[in-house]
Design a protein around this ligand. Structure first.
Ligand code: HEM
Length: 496
């Protein structure tokens, strides 16, 4: 009897799932037919063009975007076995998306991310809960709070220099590992007030878990066999589940430890500058936030803040090493600002004086958009330019595609920091440059990230020069939540 009921339940589940798919398709098909983009094969659409390793989809989207722009189109729609995704192709289209109150829900790939950060995390959650989360978190990124994080940025930047001094003696240094460890140390220190020294512990299971999980996020988005439950459970679930457990374990342990320390009086919540976790615990004590939400928001900030920053820094150091003359110019600017002092901490005033280095960082973030996959899910039909996008489909703001628009950035594969001179910036739509997304749900941590990045660059460049004999574009681009270089980032590090 139990078996019969269970079978009926499963059958009903699949029936309603198939019914919804068919109903969505009947609604979407006439609209999708009119949308510009590659039609691909019947039913399966363009799936064969995006299957492969995690470098394949980006090249496909870049190529199709180029063709679509040449035809004078402003959007590009792709069908991956019935999953419809529309890409905006310029800043004006991006504006229509990111400033619309009707487009607050995230796309389907975020469902997968929710296994890590929780459905109610600020990164993922829908409009109603999101407003409260945003209100709660915004003061924590106010500039007065950011100044309080400077000591932490400086401490970890100096630590990175010490590690580089030793690592360079062994030969070229894998800067991805160094920058990943350092960014993770910074975000864990600022959010949870503790130090696991990931930098000197590159084999820490948490680091591997994040890598494994983020690789699955991208693969799940593009490999339809993973959408079939039994295949997922048979072949992939275990590895992904273990990674998730590892990631949750760390936050759980710290959160419990911290909450206990508050109860026993070992941590004083009344101090002015405190890590995010303590700011949340104050709200929890005041009954304004549940412990579950504290967990979600901490994970959301860690996810939003570490892989993105380490990917950005990796591409910046890669660019510095490949472009020695520009690196020299950055170094000379930094030397001047610091009066030749190669040991002192960076101050917020120092960072404000960086002009050329600031442009160099921005150009690196244009060329190698560190967080290229921003999505919105359509809960009702939406008019974007001349196109009507059907409900149930996704908008896919591929930041890399926006940043490589040859109509806005001539010679777009040419690295040129002067694209960020004020007079050049004034010539383009503000949303033609969106490394931190834009509009209502833009990145809350962008000032935090820019400050951290500048402290790391200014501290490292005062001590070392970085070089490689490879070319800037001798790289593959894997989109695994963040943009990763597939040909490594092993650089020769030479003391000054
Ligand atoms: C260079 C580094 C970073 C990049 C490129 C980046 C990029 C982004 C992007 C593209 C989004 C929008 C995501 C979407 O709409 O799907 C976002 C959202 C967010 N980011 Fe960042 N981010 C960076 C660093 C940080 C840091 C350091 C923090 C926190 C310390 C942070 C916290 C957040 C949060 C909380 C959101 C969600 C905002 C909302 O939905 O209201 N980010 N980030």
């Amino acid at each position: 009897m139990i078996l019969l009921l269970a079978s009926l339940g499963v059958a009903l589940f699949y029936f309603s799932w198939v019914f919804k798919m068919v109903a969505d398709w009947i609604h979407q098909y006439p609209l999708v037919k009119k949308l510009p983009g590659p039609k691909g094969l019947p039913v399966i659409g363009s799936v064969m063009d995006v299957i492969g390793d995690t470098t394949v989809p980006l090249l496909f989207f870049l190529d199709e975007a180029k063709k679509a722009r040449a035809r004078g189109e402003q959007t590009l729609t792709v069908n991956i076995i019935g999953r419809i995704m529309t890409l905006p192709l310029n800043g004006a289209m991006v504006k229509a998306i990111v400033e619309s109150n009707d487009l607050m829900a995230k796309g389907k790939d975020y469902d997968f991310l929710s296994a890590w950060v929780g459905v109610d995390s600020i990164l993922i959650t829908s409009a109603e809960i999101w407003k409260d989360s945003r209100k709660r978190l915004t003061p924590m990124f106010h500039y007065t709070m950011l100044e309080g994080y400077m000591d932490t940025f400086n401490k970890h930047a100096h630590h990175m220099v010490e590690v580089l001094k030793k690592e360079r003696l062994k030969g070229p240094v894998d800067m991805r590992n160094i920058l990943k460890g350092s960014s993770l140390d910074i975000i864990v220190d600022t959010t949870m007030g503790c130090n696991f020294s990931f930098l000197t512990n590159p084999d820490h299971p948490y680091i591997h878990a994040v890598d494994t999980f983020t690789n699955y996020v991208q693969r799940h988005s593009m490999e339809p066999q993973m959408w079939i439950n039994w295949i997922w459970f048979l072949f992939y679930h275990r590895e992904c589940h273990n990674a998730l457990n590892e990631m949750h374990k760390l936050t759980d342990e710290v959160l419990k430890g911290r909450a206990n320390a508050v109860k026993t009086g070992d941590i004083d919540l009344d101090v002015k500058r405190k890590p995010l976790i303590d700011q949340f615990l104050v709200l929890e004590q005041q009954g304004k936030m549940s412990m579950k939400l504290v967990h979600f928001d901490i994970n959301g900030v860690i996810l939003g803040g570490h892989d993105t920053t380490s990917a950005t820094l990796t591409w910046i150091f890669w660019s510095l090493a490949c472009l020695p003359e520009m690196q020299q110019r950055c170094f000379e600017e930094i030397e001047l600002i610091f009066g030749g002092d190669r040991d002192r901490d960076c101050t917020p005033e120092d960072l404000k004086e960086l002009e050329y280095t600031d442009r160099f960082i921005k150009e690196s973030m244009r060329m190698f958009a560190p967080a290229p996959l921003v999505q919105r899910g359509l809960q009702k039909d939406f008019q974007l330019g001349e196109a009507i996008l059907p409900r149930g489909s996704d908008i896919f703001m591929n930041v890399f595609v926006i940043h490589h628009n040859e109509e806005v950035y001539p010679d777009n594969w040419q690295f040129d920091p002067d694209r960020f001179l004020p007079e050049e910036v004034a010539k383009r739509h503000p949303y033609d440059y969106i490394p931190f997304s834009a509009g209502i749900r833009n990145c809350l941590g962008q000032k935090f990230a820019m400050q951290e990045i500048k402290v790391i660059v200014a501290t490292a460049l005062r001590k070392f020069s970085f070089s490689t004999d490879r070319d800037l574009l001798d790289q593959g681009f894997a989109t695994e939540v963040v943009l990763k270089p597939t040909n490594g980032c092993n650089l020769t590090v030479t003391p000054r």
